[in-house]
Design a protein around this ligand. Sequence first.
Ligand SMILES: NC(=O)c1ccc[n+]([C@@H]2O[C@H](COP(=O)([O-])OP(=O)(O)OC[C@H]3O[C@@H](n4cnc5c(N)ncnc54)[C@H](O)[C@@H]3O)[C@@H](O)[C@H]2O)c1
Length: 92
Amino acid sequence: MSEDRDVKTILVCGGAGYIGSHTVLELVRQSHAKIIVLDNLSTGYPHSIPKNDRVSFIKGDINDADFIDKQVFSKHQIDAVMVRFSITHLQF
Ligand SMILES: NC(=O)c1ccc[n+]([C@@H]2O[C@H](COP(=O)([O-])OP(=O)(O)OC[C@H]3O[C@@H](n4cnc5c(N)ncnc54)[C@H](O)[C@@H]3O)[C@@H](O)[C@H]2O)c1
């Protein structure tokens, strides 16, 4: 992913889960990006999130638009978003 140097901050939704935590691990290994994990911990665990200076954690639910706006997108410049849980966890 060395060609992705322009991507500075990646939001990984569900990053405390099985697939999400492995995604975070590979992003740490293969990119220079800062990674923000957003997870409501409904099935994930904080200890699953890889420990690294470039990785931070926000506990929250992606369905809470007000929270996401105020605590994520208003506070951070997000360049890319990855969702690592089932679409059945989304409310439309
Ligand atoms: N585990 C596998 O082997 C596997 C294989 C193929 C596909 N998948 C698919 O990958 C996806 C993730 O699977 P997994 O095994 O990592 O599941 P998981 O339950 O371990 O991870 C999902 C994560 O998303 C979080 N989450 C759920 N709803 C949320 C919400 N509304 N807001 C914020 N965070 C939320 C959970 O707390 C959890 O940490 C699923 O769609 C699954 O079907 C998994």
